[in-house]
Design a protein around this ligand. Structure first.
Ligand code: MIG
Length: 839
C-alpha cells in the first residue's frame, strides 16, 4: 500500500465514523530498532518491570510498537505516535494485565520474527507492519501495507486506522448484539453506545460497544481480536473494500490483543481469560421473568404474580419499571402507587418470587434539599461536570438530571450505598437502564463530548477524561457500581444486575438484554444472531424482550413462538412497552397459554442442565447459547459448507440444537441440516435418520434436537427455583461417541460455593458388548444434593423388555411409550449401570 492509499483509507474510514480530524502526518520511512522517544512514564509499573526478553519495542517513522505476550496464545500489540499510549484498561482483568511469557526473536534483515509456543509475529522493522501467524507459520492476520496510520493532533489522541488483509474465506462474529446477519463479513459497524429505541434489523450503532471479534475460516480455524479502546470506533469487515479489514477510532490507544484458536472455543476462552467471566448467576435468574413498563400499582403488580401462580406458569421474577418511583426519581418509591413496597417484597417472597427494580443512573437535579440523593451526591461532589466546573445537567425521565462520575471510586461507593433501603427490604436484583447514557431533547441523544470525567483507577494516571473517551465505558462502570455496591450491602448474596449499555468486560458485573426490540417476526429472527454474538463477546447471560418491546402488540402466534424460543435463551423475560396491550403468558386464551406453559415448564425441568452451563460459563467463559459452529467448526468448511443453514439455529450448551424456521411466518416446510448423524428429536425421542429433517412448521412445535453422546440432567417440574425438587435427578441418556454429561449444584443464592459448598457429578455412557453401560462417577464437593437417586431414561428404546443391573444386582425397569426408565439409588461414590435387551 502506498502512503497515498493509506491516506485515502484513513480518510474514508474516518468519514464512516463521521469524525473530523486534523490533517494527517504520515509516518516517514525510517529505520532503527529502538525508539528514542519511548518514554518510560507512559508505562505502568507492571509493564516497566517486564523482563527485556518478554517485550519487543521498536520505533520507526515516529511510531513506537510494543509487542508482548500475556500468555503463549495471546499477543498484545500497542502502537504509539510517537510514544506508547498509557498502559491501562477498563476491560482486561489485573491477572491478565500483569501476565507475560518470554518472546523468542530472530531477525533477517528488516524482518523480525517473534515467537511464543502458540503464535508468531513477523514485523517489518522499517514500516512496523505486523503479521500474526500460528506456530506452524499459517497466517492469521496480516497488515495491509504498513497497516497503521495516525491522525496528527497533539497528544496522540487524533484517531487512527488499522488496515488488515481480509482473506476470502474468513467469517466474522462478535461485537456484541449488533443487528444484521450472524456473520459480520461485508458489514461495517460503529461502536458508540446508543439508546436505539425502535431499532431495525440493520440499525447501527446499538446500546453496547464490545470491540472484540472472532474470525473463523473455512478450515474451521479461528482467532480473535480485541481492541481495548473505549472511543468511538469503527469496524469495517470488507464493506468499503472487500479485501480489507479496517479498524479505526476517533481517539484513544492502539492497543489490541490477538487470541489464537485454533478452535473457536479456545478463542472464546482466551477472551474470557483477558476480560473476565460472568459471575455465577443466582439460580432464580434462570427462571421465567415477567416485566412491563406500565405495572402502575402495587395491586396491579400483585395481580400479575397471583395470576402466574394460579395459572401454574412457573416463574421466579417480577420486574418493576420506572412506574414504581416517585416522579421517576431514582431511589424513591411512589407512595400513592406502591403504598407498601416492603410488604410487597415480603408477599412475593412467600410466593417464591423475586423482585427486580429498575434504578436508572440519572439523578434528578432537585436543588431545594428535598431529595436526599441529589443533596448528598452534590455535597460529595461526585456528579459529572462541564468544562467550566459546573455540574452537567441533562434531561431524562424526571426532567433535569445530573450523572454520577462512575469512573471515580467515591462515586461508585456513593451510588452503591443508595441501594441500602432496597437491599434491606430483601431486593437483590437491579436493572440499570438508560446508561448509554441516554439524554432527551438533544440531537446526539447523549451528553456533550467535552463533559469532564475523572479517572481514578489502578493502571491509569489520575486525570480528567472527556466524555468522548468515557462514553462507551460509562454504562459498564454504572453496573460495576451497582454490582460492587450490592456485594458491600449483602456480602453473601449473589447480586443480579441487568444492564442495557456496556463495554468489553462488563460481563463481570451484569447480564444484558437487547434493548427496545419490536414485536415482529423479523426481530424474533434477529434475536438469534444478536444473542449468540453477545455470547461470543463475553456476555453469556443474555436475552431479549420476549414478545417484543415496541411496535404494535404481537399476534398470538408471535408471542407463543417467542416464548418457545425464549425458554431456550439464557435470560428469559417477557417485557413490553408502556403503550401496548397486555402481553403476559395468559393473553390470547387457554390454547395459546397451554403451549406457552409447556415450554416454560420444560425450561424448569432443564434447570439442572442450565445451571450446570452457567457454572461452566463462570469458569471458562463458554456461553450458554452458542452458534452451531462453536460446537461444530466443520460446518464452516468448504466445499460442503453448511454454515448458512445454521444461521437461524443455535445450541444451548453442547447438547441441544434449537432449529427455528429460517422464515418464521412462512407455513412452508423447511429442511434442517444437522451437524452429523445420530441426533434425537428432543420432544418425540425419535432418532433422526441421516442428517436432514424436513419440518412442516407447527405452532406448538419448536424443533429441538439432542446431540448423540449426551447425558442431560433434568429435574421434576417446579413452579419456582425456590422450591426444592422432590424425587430423583433424571438423566436422559443419548448414546453416541464420547457420551457424557455432568451436573453442578450449590445453594443457588450465596457465595458458599466459593467456600467448598458445591457439588459436581459426572456421567458417561458406552457400549459394552450387548449392554449399554451408564457410569455414574464419584461425586466431588461438600454440598448435599436434593435428589433421592437417579432415574436413567433411555428414549427410543422401543417396546422390547429390558434387563438392568447395578453391581450385579438387578433393578426394576419400566417401559413407557418406547422410553425405558430405570430407577437407580443415589450413588455418591459412583457406580455402573448395565442395560441390555432381555434375552
Ligand atoms: O425511555 O424504563 O429499554 O426496557 O421499559 C424508555 C422504561 C426507558 C427503556 C428500556 C425499556 C424500559 C423503558 N426504558
Amino acid at each position: 500500500m502506498t502512503t497515498l492509499s493509506i491516506h485515502r483509507a484513513f480518510r474514508r474510514a474516518l468519514c464512516l465514523a463521521s469524525l473530523l480530524l486534523a490533517p494527517l502526518a504520515l509516518p516517514a520511512q525510517a529505520g532503527g530498532a529502538q525508539p528514542a522517544h519511548a518514554r518510560p512514564d507512559a508505562r505502568t509499573a507492571a509493564q516497566a518491570a517486564l523482563p527485556a526478553a518478554d517485550r519487543v519495542l521498536l520505533g520507526a517513522g515516529g511510531v513506537t510498537l510494543e509487542l508482548t505476550a500475556p500468555r503463549a496464545d495471546v499477543l498484545r500489540v500497542r502502537l504509539g505516535h510517537p510514544d506508547l499510549p498509557e498502559d491501562a484498561s477498563w476491560a482486561v482483568v489485573p491477572q491478565a494485565r500483569t501476565a507475560h511469557v518470554p518472546l523468542v526473536r530472530s531477525q533477517q534483515g528488516t524482518r523480525l520474527t517473534v515467537r511464543t509456543a502458540a503464535l508468531q509475529a513477523v514485523i517489518d522493522t522499517r514500516t512496523l507492519a505486523i503479521d500474526i501467524l500460528d506456530a506452524s507459520g499459517v497466517p492469521l492476520l496480516q497488515d495491509a501495507g504498513a497497516g497503521h496510520a495516525f491522525g496528527s493532533a497533539a497528544g496522540g489522541n487524533a484517531g487512527f486506522v488499522l488496515t488488515k488483509q481480509l482473506p476470502e474465506d474468513e467469517h466474522f462474529f462478535g461485537l456484541g448484539d449488533k443487528a444484521g446477519p450472524l456473520d459480520r463479513r461485508g458489514q461495517s459497524y460503529v461502536l458508540w453506545n446508543t439508546d436505539a429505541f425502535g431499532y431495525g434489523t440493520a440499525s447501527d450503532p446499538l446500546y453496547k460497544s464490545i470491540p472484540f471479534f472472532l474470525a473463523a475460516n473455512e478450515q474451521g480455524r479461528a482467532f480473535g481480536l480485541f481492541l481495548d479502546n473505549t472511543w468511538r470506533t469503527n469496524f469495517d469487515f470488507g464493506r468499503r473494500d472487500a479485501s480489507r479489514l479496517e479498524i479505526s477510532a476517533a481517539g484513544g490507544p492502539v492497543d489490541y490483543y490477538v487470541i489464537a484458536g485454533p478452535e473457536p472455543k479456545a478463542v472464546v476462552e482466551g477472551y474470557a481469560w483477558l476480560t473476565g467471566t460472568p459471575p455465577l448467576a443466582p439460580l432464580w435468574t434462570l427462571g421465567f421473568q415477567q416485566s412491563h413498563w406500565g405495572y402502575k400499582s402495587q395491586a396491579q403488580a400483585q395481580g400479575v404474580v397471583d395470576r402466574l401462580r394460579s395459572d401454574r406458569i412457573p416463574a421466579d421474577v417480577l420486574f418493576l419499571d420506572i412506574d414504581y418511583l416517585d416522579r421517576y426519581r431514582v431511589f424513591t418509591v411512589g407512595k400513592p402507587q406502591f403504598p407498601d413496597l416492603p410488604g410487597f417484597v415480603k408477599r412475593l417472597a412467600e410466593q417464591k418470587m423475586h423482585l427486580v427494580l429498575i434504578t436508572d443512573l440519572h439523578v434528578p437535579h432537585v436543588t431545594d434539599g428535598s431529595y436526599a440523593p441529589y443533596t448528598s451526591g452534590h455535597e460529595a461532589g461526585i456528579f459529572l461536570r462541564n468544562p467550566d466546573g459546573s455540574e452537567y445537567v441533562g434531561k431524562v425521565w424526571p426532567g433535569d438530571c445530573v450523572f454520577p462520575d462512575f469512573s471515580r471510586p467515591a462515586a461508585r461507593d456513593w451510588w452503591g450505598g443508595q441501594y441500602r433501603f432496597l437491599t434491606d427490604m430483601g431486593v437483590h436484583g437491579f436493572w440499570n437502564d438508560m446508561n448509554e447514557p441516554a439524554i432527551f431533547e438533544v440531537k446526539s441523544k447523549t451528553m456533550p463530548l467535552d463533559t469532564v470525567h475523572r479517572i481514578e483507577e489502578p493502571g491509569f494516571r489520575p486525570r480528567n477524561a472527556s466524555h468522548a473517551e468515557m462514553h462507551n465505558v460509562f454504562g459498564m462502570l454504572n453496573t460495576r457500581a451497582t454490582y460492587e455496591g450490592q456485594l458491600k450491602l449483602a456480602p453473601d448474596v449473589r447480586p443480579f444486575v441487568l444492564t442495557r449499555a456496556s463495554y468489553a468486560g462488563g460481563q463481570r458485573y451484569a447480564a444484558t438484554w437487547t434493548g427496545d426490540n419490536s414485536s415482529s417476526w423479523e426481530h424474533l429472527r434477529l434475536s438469534v444472531s444478536q444473542l449468540v454474538n453477545l455470547g461470543l463477546s463475553g456476555f453469556a447471560y443474555v436475552g431479549d424482550d420476549v414478545g417484543g418491546f415496541a411496535g404494535s402488540d404481537p399476534s398470538a402466534d408471535l408471542l407463543t413462538r417467542w416464548i418457545e424460543v425464549g425458554a431456550f435463551n439464557p435470560f428469559f423475560r417477557d417485557h413490553y412497552g408502556d403503550t401496548k396491550p397486555p402481553q403476559e403468558v395468559w393473553v390470547d386464551g387457554p390454547t395459546h397459554e397451554a403451549v406457552r406453559r409447556r415450554y416454560i415448564e420444560e425450561r424448569y425441568r432443564l434447570l439442572p442442565y442450565l445451571y450446570s452451563l452457567a457454572e461452566e460459563n463462570s469458569r471458562t467463559g463458554l456461553p450458554l447459547m452458542r452458534p452451531v459452529f462453536l460446537e461444530f467448526p466443520a460446518v464452516l468448511a468448504k466445499p460442503n459448507d453448511s454454515f448458512s443453514g445454521t444461521e437461524s439455529q443455535f445450541m444451548l450448551g453442547a447438547s441441544l440444537l434449537v432449529a427455528p424456521p429460517p422464515v418464521w411466518e412462512s407455513p412452508e416446510a423447511y429442511t434442517i441440516r444437522l451437524p452429523g448423524e445420530g441426533w434425537t428429536d428432543y420432544w418425540t425421542g425419535q432418532r433422526v435418520e441421516g442428517r436432514q429433517v424436513v419440518e412442516k412448521p407447527e405452532l406448538e412445535r419448536l424443533p429441538v434436537f439432542v446431540r448423540p453422546g449426551s447425558i442431560l440432567p433434568k429435574q421434576p417440574l417446579l413452579q419456582s427455583t425456590q422450591q426444592l425438587p422432590v424425587g430423583p435427578l433424571v438423566l436422559e441418556v443419548y448414546p453416541g461417541a464420547d457420551c457424557h454429561g455432568s451436573v453442578y449444584l450449590d445453594d443457588g443464592t450465596s457465595f458458599a460455593y466459593q467456600r467448598g459448598e458445591s457439588m459436581r457429578q459426572a456421567f458417561s455412557c458406552s457400549q459394552q458388548g450387548d449392554a449399554l453401560a451408564v457410569d455414574v462417577h464419584e461425586r466431588t464437593g461438600a454440598y448435599q444434593p436434593w435428589w433421592s437417586g437417579f432415574e436413567i431414561v433411555l428414549r427410543g428404546w422401543g417396546n422390547g423388555a429390558a434387563e438392568a443391573t447395578l453391581a450385579g444386582e438387578s433393578l426394576a425397569t419400566r417401559i413407557e411409550a418406547g422410553t425405558l426408565h430405570v430407577s437407580v439409588p443415589d450413588l455418591p461414590k459412583g457406580g455402573q449401570l448395565l442395560v441390555r435387551a432381555a434375552p
